[in-house]
Write a protein that binds this ligand. Structure first.
Ligand SMILES: [Zn+2]
Length: 309
């Protein structure tokens, strides 16, 4: 019988966990985060030395692979980071901080910070355009939660948080927490994220009319008149994305603060963009998320955490 995934050494052994993270963050060998040097870097040994500690003999400073990543200045053992990353990447609808707290045995507060840092690792950096010649991008909005300070109302969307998502048919998704679904908030995002050669598909909403003329084509179905599919004109791909997102947010993340919504969106985008039908398995998804830990360390520094590690 083959070993189960969670028997892997990197989940249990601190040195193996460091080695696994190092092999992805430093595929060509260690890089000194202080001076950028790659030569004359030694691994510190001995029982009294912290695992993963390296020394750069050019600038004489010490570092671990955590420096410059979302793991920096946390005292959480590396194997817990690896475990949490895998859990977050392998559950289709995500994993709550509460569950992480129970599964890893860390405090709820630590679990909360860990999951937000991991979400940060999943965030897409850069804005290479979506779509392209012969490609279809669907755009649509949805509403979720309730804005802070807004009373509960029975109907209407005005009190909810608006989300704009762009999905390539057969490809990636990109989601945005927007202030409103007006042209002023929607059009610039569509313009900045979708290649002009793309066939754009939306519902009949007015906010796409003008920006739609900038693309190879723009077609829409009239949901208001109960038209959902006309040939290959539809927004079913995006409806599927919203359906997973909403079930996840409802079931797992009941108490998502408005200020964190963009991170949850990044998490759902990430899992969608690394889904099985695009050739990813759980392990590859974790490795992809791991590559995103670099260069995002300043987002969630706990005030009670030391600066070193
Ligand atoms: Zn150095």
């Amino acid at each position: 019988m083959s070993k189960s995934v969670i028997e892997a050494n990197a989940f249990h052994n601190e040195e193996a966990a460091y080695a696994w993270v190092e092999s992805h963050v430093w595929p060509d060998g260690p890089i000194c985060p202080h001076c950028g040097g790659t030569e004359r870097i030694g691994k510190m040994g001995g029982n009294a030395t912290r695992i993963g500690l390296h020394k750069c003999y050019q600038c004489r400073k010490q570092f671990t692979v955590k420096v410059g990543t979302v793991f920096e200045s946390s005292h959480v053992p590396m194997r817990f980071w690896v475990q949490a990353m895998y859990l977050l990447c392998s559950s289709k609808k995500g994993i709550s901080s509460n569950q992480l707290h129970r599964t890893l045995g860390v405090t709820l507060k630590t679990a909360w910070f860990m999951s937000h840092r991991l979400r940060e690792a999943m965030r897409i950096v850069g804005v290479e355009p979506m779509g392209g010649a012969g490609e279809v991008v669907e755009a649509d909005e949805t509403f979720i939660g309730r804005q802070a300070g807004q009373p509960k109302r029975r109907a209407g969307w005005g009190h909810k948080n608006a989300v704009l998502t762009l999905v390539e048919r057969g490809g990636r998704a990109r989601s945005f927490h927007v202030d409103s679904t007006t042209v002023a908030d929607i059009a610039p995002i569509v313009r900045a994220n979708v290649a002009k050669e793309t066939a754009l598909m939306t519902d009949e909403a007015r906010q796409y009319l003008e920006v739609g003329t900038e693309f190879a084509s723009h077609e829409s179905v009239n949901h208001g008149r109960e038209e959902y599919v006309r040939g290959d004109v539809h927004t079913n791909t995006i409806e599927g994305f919203f359906s997973i997102f909403k079930r996840g947010m409802k079931g797992v993340y009941q108490h998502c603060g408005e200020q964190h919504l963009h991170r949850y969106l990044a998490e759902f985008d990430f899992r969608y963009n690394t889904r099985i039908s695009l050739g990813y398995n759980d392990a590859m998804r974790s490795e992809t998320a791991l590559k995103g830990i670099v260069g995002k360390r300043l987002m969630y520094r706990r005030p009670d955490e030391a600066q070193v590690s």
